[in-house]
Design a protein around this ligand. Structure first.
Ligand code: TYD
Length: 425
């Protein structure tokens, strides 16, 4: 791709996956029109093409009925439907990399302007685009929209989309076409309608358009907390949020996170290993980490992915440094060769009192070797975490883990996404 090339993106099925919101809104419109609800496969065909076309061709309505159905559809879609949406994993990095390669980006969509702008703003991806060209009530014709988006005398230009409307529009407007097979159209539809190239993932779009440009590094996030802080649930929730926002997430954990590190984990958590010396334990955590950093964390971050790690070095400082009383500095020194400069960009700490954590732990499951430790052990772990937070307040996002799960998940999502999108600027 030349510098200053234009890359135009369709929205639904190319940048975002809006099937949940779209299908729910179609169902709503059909119910209101007193039409029977079609099966899932038929409903899927309605994603992408102009709405009136779908109501006529898929549901068999007259033009007048289809226009009425479109009103009903919008009534639901513009309020709730449009946020039942996801950005495809890898889209954010693809957009960043294309911008880095010097491309001008635009959105060209058959959706009206209000929901389009709301979706782009909600996911924080509006700023990647110089232009956003949407359908009007008069026209949703892709060729016209493409011509509107492109400046006069533009150089190289590409239309990227997942349906035949995108490919045909691009061909008629005389520009290159790239079909994406992860959306709603299949390979055959895309080829038949003139796709010049095909990509199976957002990552492949970058590889086709600017193979010479290295993506920027991704990010390294960790989550910490006492056993019983609800960390497992919140790690899963954060993973889902990151995924919804278009990050390529790699979920991992310590001890563990690579085949060798997982074997070390088994030794560390084995309830039979009562003879394990504290220093052996600390070195095993460090050894597991050394392998994990090199085999899993660094390669993923380098490739532009987001690592979400359930515990990292802070756990050793808190459990072995504080809990086992080996001392913070000794643990940091042991781990220097293990991490070799690799530290999380941000760390979510689920803040809970050690007594409350113990109460929750006992209610939940049979404890492992570490969890069986005495109350005073966990009190020291908690204390050490608080010291770490005081040392590096900017790295930590401290969340009150006594609150309701949903509230905690929302607070973590808000803070993590804000920091990540700021870092993308
Ligand atoms: P965790 O994965 O939270 O346990 P589970 O999967 O059972 O919820 O962590 C396992 C235990 O290992 C936990 O008690 C904390 C401890 N640990 C350390 O003592 N030091 C470390 O460096 C790490 C990473 C974990």
């Amino acid at each position: 791709m030349e510098q200053e090339a234009w890359v135009l993106f369709d929205l639904d099925g190319t940048l975002t996956r809006s099937e949940e919101g779209i299908m729910n809104s179609f169902r709503h419109a059909l119910r209101k029109m007193e039409y029977p609800e079609p099966d899932e496969a038929t409903l899927r065909k309605c994603i992408g093409p102009p709405l009136v076309w779908s109501f006529q061709n898929v549901a068999g309505m007259t033009e007048e009925q289809a226009l009425q159905a479109q009103e009903y559809y919008r009534e639901r879609y513009n309020t709730v439907g449009l946020l039942e949406n996801r950005v495809y994993p890898g889209v954010r990095m693809m957009l960043r990399t294309l911008r880095k390669a010097g491309a001008h980006l635009a959105v060209v969509t058959g959706k009206p302007s209000t929901p389009t702008e709301k979706i782009l703003a909600h996911f924080g991806i509006r700023r990647f685009f110089e232009k956003v060209v949407c359908a009007t009530d008069k026209s949703a014709d892709k060729e016209l929209l493409i011509r509107t988006a492109l400046p006069e005398n533009h150089g190289e230009a590409w239309m990227v989309g997942d349906r035949r409307f995108d490919m045909e529009g691009g061909v008629r407007a005389g520009i290159h076409t790239l079909g994406v097979t992860y959306g709603y159209g299949d390979e055959e539809e895309l080829r038949e309608s003139g796709a010049g190239k095909l990509a199976r993932s957002p990552r492949e779009i970058t590889e086709i358009l600017c193979p010479e440009v290295q993506p920027d590094p991704g990010a390294f996030l960790s989550m910490e907390g006492l056993d019983g802080s609800g960390k497992g649930t919140q790690v899963d929730r954060l993973r889902d949020t990151l995924d919804r926002f278009g990050y390529e997430v790699v979920l991992t954990r310590e001890p563990g996170g690579s085949p060798i590190s997982e074997k070390i984990r088994d030794i560390l958590l084995d309830r039979e290993n009562t003879a394990m010396e504290d220093v052996t334990e600390a070195l095993l955590y460090a050894a597991s980490r050394a392998q994990h950093v090199r085999e899993t964390i660094r390669p993923a971050v380098k490739a532009g992915k987001v690592i979400l790690c359930d515990r990292f070095l802070d756990s050793s400082v808190a459990y072995q440094g504080g809990g086992r009383q080996l001392g913070v500095d000794r643990i940091l020194a042991m781990n220097t060769p293990a991490v070799d400069g690799t530290q999380p960009d941000m760390t979510v700490y689920l803040d809970i009192n050690h007594r409350e954590a113990l109460r929750r732990r006992c209610a939940a499951s049979v404890p492992d070797r570490m969890e069986m430790e005495a109350d005073s052990f966990h009190a020291r772990v908690e204390e050490a975490y608080h010291q770490l937070i005081a040392r590096e307040p900017d790295r930590f996002i401290v969340v009150n883990a006594a609150k309701d799960r949903e509230e905690i998940a929302a607070e973590i999502a808000e803070q993590v996404i804000r920091r990540l999108t700021e870092a993308e600027q």
